[in-house]
Design a protein around this ligand. Sequence first.
Ligand code: IPD
Length: 281
Amino acid sequence: TGAELTRLREVAEVVATEAGRLIVSQRPDRVAVAATKSSPTDVVTAMDHAAEQLLIGRLQELRPEDGFLGEESGFRPGRSGLTWVVDPIDGTVNYLYGLPSYAVSVALVAGAEPTAEPDPRTWQALVGCVHAPALGETWSAARGQGARLAESTGTRDLAGPASPGLAEALVATGFGYSAPRRRRQAEVVLDLLPRIRDLRRTGVASLDLCAVAAGRVDGYYERGLNAWDFAGALVVARETGAVVTDFAGGEPHPGGLLAAGAGLHRVLLDALLSAGVTRED
Ligand code: IPD
């Protein structure tokens, strides 16, 4: 019901905010210590792990029947058919460098198979919250109830992206971590960049998708994401009327995600396909 979805959205906001407090408050020490002790990546992994444990613990308290899918701990089925899909730190490289753009992403999805790991191609994403603690931004949405952004100056409903022509479009993207994938992604950029207004690479998939919802960029595409990178922001973007698909027009999934306003989506998809993105990716 609507009231139940509102309550679930609030649960997502509460746990994301708590995890955000942890990752912000502990960052300076941990990074400094680790810089002398171990590899920089270990720090991030340790904090990812701690924040995910916090999220699991709190969600188990508040929603003991639900399952859980997280970057660090994988899938744990529940009894309700609902699964919380979380990324404790999206934008780990920004976090490592002290760039303020990073976020905790929390989503609730209904899987097609109640006890199997929910698949983005068939799940129903019900609720999403993307909390960027160092930016002071909390994006949230529940299916059928719109999307909003809470910041220190107040909370506002999000109206969704505009749809300029391709030459006026500001487009966000991201790159995977593997070198062969980056080579292919660079080839796509080579073709696309001269045809659009400009490109943005923030390093945070969830916030890129929220940026589409707020019209801060006109479109966003990426290949090679994980389900937890985009699950929360997917609800936020869709609730504003943004069109979010894969590169074949189906449901978005790790192989491909493209988000834009209804009037730009098709044009941008065609541009990406002609730049070498394949429908199967
Ligand atoms: C990454 C970020 C980045 C995107 C990568 C993701 P992580 O997530 O969202 O923007 O380009 O594909 O893996 O590793 O920081 O959680």
